[in-house]
Design a protein around this ligand. Structure first.
Ligand code: C5P
Length: 226
């Protein structure tokens, strides 16, 4: 299934504490952002890449795109205050396609077979997101006290890519903007429309580079894959 992908890349990465956009940090020989871009560059079903960026970082990101021969980037719109705003700026700028994927630029280890599965389910059913089963026992805690142990069987940790029929995501984002709803992922916006969202079991390797120890996991994953 053909698709275009939106990569929000306009964050500041405060939790990484690197003093710069964490996407510019190297994993092995390349910046995190380039690893992510290359996955989609190499996927024959990907027909376009949209990157939400900060204005002041656009020249540097464009230079990375040129240096690494990334040919599929169709636009680098200005990102927003929150991740949701950054994604929305891309959705507004692109033309309608059948399927759009939203993927954190900070998750460089996503694999093409998983992307293919997500795009297919989204085309057939409207919405599909990547996730993994919770490994640990999960408890609800209020003010330092356990309130409840939650049945782990029904708990998933959700990742990206999140794949949608373009019209469904565009509608969900417009509605969210109108009522001022801010979600932590795109699925939340689509859930509010009452639409079913399918989960596609992904990998624990699809980790988001968020804090310093994630870089250690990242280097280990790259080493093992080599
Ligand atoms: O901060 P976090 O890692 O959760 O952000 C996920 C992705 O969203 C990152 O790739 C980051 O660059 C992007 N982002 C964005 N605009 C924001 C905040 C985050 O594009 N305002």
């Amino acid at each position: 299934m053909r698709y275009e992908v939106v990569l929000p890349a306009a964050g500041s990465g405060k939790r990484m504490g690197a003093g710069q956009n964490k996407l510019f940090l190297n994993l092995a020989d390349k910046p995190i952002l380039v690893h992510t871009l290359l996955v989609f560059e190499h996927d024959e079903n990907c027909t376009g890449i949209w990157l939400a960026v900060k204005d002041e970082e656009r020249p540097f990101i464009q230079a990375l795109i040129d240096k690494h021969n990334i040919t599929k980037v169709k636009g680098l719109p200005t990102g927003g205050e929150e991740r949701q705003h950054s994604v929305h700026s891309c959705i507004k700028e692109m033309s309608a396609v059948d399927v759009v994927l939203v993927h954190d630029a900070a998750r460089p280890f996503i694999t093409i077979p998983k992307i293919t599965e997500l795009a297919k389910v989204a085309y057939e059913k409207g919405a599909a997101i990547a996730g993994v089963r919770a490994k640990d026992t999960m408890k609800v805690v209020h003010n330092g006290l356990i309130k409840e142990t939650v049945d782990r069987e029904s708990l998933w940790m959700v990742q990206t890519p999140q794949a949608f029929r373009y019209d469904l995501l565009a509608e969900a984002e417009d509605v969210a903007e109108k009522v001022g709803f801010l979600g932590t992922d795109e699925a939340m916006l689509v859930e509010r429309l009452g639409h079913d969202i399918h989960i596609v079991e992904c990998s624990y390797e699809n980790v988001k580079m968020t804090t310093q120890e994630d870089l250690i996991f990242g280097e280990a994953i790259l080493k093992q894959r080599k």
